[in-house]
Design a protein around this ligand. Structure first.
Ligand code: FPP
Length: 249
């Protein structure tokens, strides 16, 4: 498939299966996460060549705080190492890195690394990489709703009535571009509180491949699978010209 036909896609990935990948190799669960970080590095490198302009990945969900402290600590320190190692690489590759999710519960050193990565890579135009850390789509929607309510109250006395539209609400969610393809590795088939608003019409692709094994070839296959799907957004398919004439008679 010619990937120049697809361009500027927004792909979101739930990178699941690190723990099982490690356990299957007789390793402790947490050993799967560094292998997952390596897989992410390869996918970021391959994404622009697959027609992807934005990539949002679920690195740590707000529900992941429920994991044992040693695993949470391992993930926090891995995220810090990832940012330190990948920021120069992203800068060189024209990748703009941004982080979505709550920051107030994260270690100060990680917050500083996030700010550094965002500021260093802010001019990147090849790929927009968004890491979701301490992220919950339901909390993001609640937060945007309360900000929208604040705006409505502020505008109550204004001469022009202010109607809250999907576009305005999407902007309050933070540059929430609609997702074109949502990929979940690891065999489960659920959204797990990830980008619920943005995935309204996403094409869902579930694979049994564990995240550390997910390769650039798998990414290409997912985009090719997406290209075969008909996206109708609730409309009906355009009838062939002959059928149209029949209906008009
Ligand atoms: C799910 O695997 C994965 C996570 C909870 C975290 C995702 C993290 C990474 C891919 C690692 C690194 C990412 C960055 C940005 C450094 P799981 O532990 O739930 O696996 P399981 O379903 O097999 O238990």
């Amino acid at each position: 498939m010619n990937f120049t036909e697809q361009s500027n896609l927004h792909v979101a990935i739930i990178m699941d299966g690190n723990g099982r990948w490690a356990t299957a190799r007789g390793l402790p669960r947490v050993a799967g996460h560094p292998a997952g970080a390596e897989a992410l590095r390869r996918i970021v490198e391959a994404a622009p060549g697959c027609g992807i302009g934005a990539l949002t990945v679920y690195a740590f969900s707000s529900d992941n705080w429920k994991r044992p402290p040693y695993e949470v600590d391992a993930l926090m320190s891995l995220l810090g190492c990832y940012l330190a190692r990948e920021t120069p690489r992203c800068l060189a590759q024209g990748v703009r890195m941004t982080i979505i999710g709550r920051r107030d519960r994260l270690p100060a050193a990680l917050r500083a690394a996030m700010e550094h990565a965002e500021s260093e890579t802010r001019h990147g135009r090849v790929l927009k990489l968004r890491l979701a850390i301490d992220y919950s789509a339901r909390d993001a929607i609640l937060d945007a709703s309360s900000r929208a309510a604040g705006l409505q109250n502020g505008l109550r006395d204004a001469a022009t009535p202010h109607r809250l539209t999907r576009e305005r609400f999407g902007a309050l969610l933070g540059e929430a571009r609609p997702v074109d393809i949502l990929i979940r590795t690891g065999g489960e088939q659920r959204l797990s509180d990830f980008l619920l608003w943005e995935c309204a019409y996403a094409e869902l692709i579930f694979t049994k491949t564990m995240w550390p094994d997910f390769s650039p070839l798998d990414l290409r296959r997912a985009v090719a699978q997406y290209a075969q799907r008909e996206r109708r957004f609730g409309a009906i398919p355009q009838p062939p010209p002959a059928a149209r004439e029949h209906w008009l008679r």
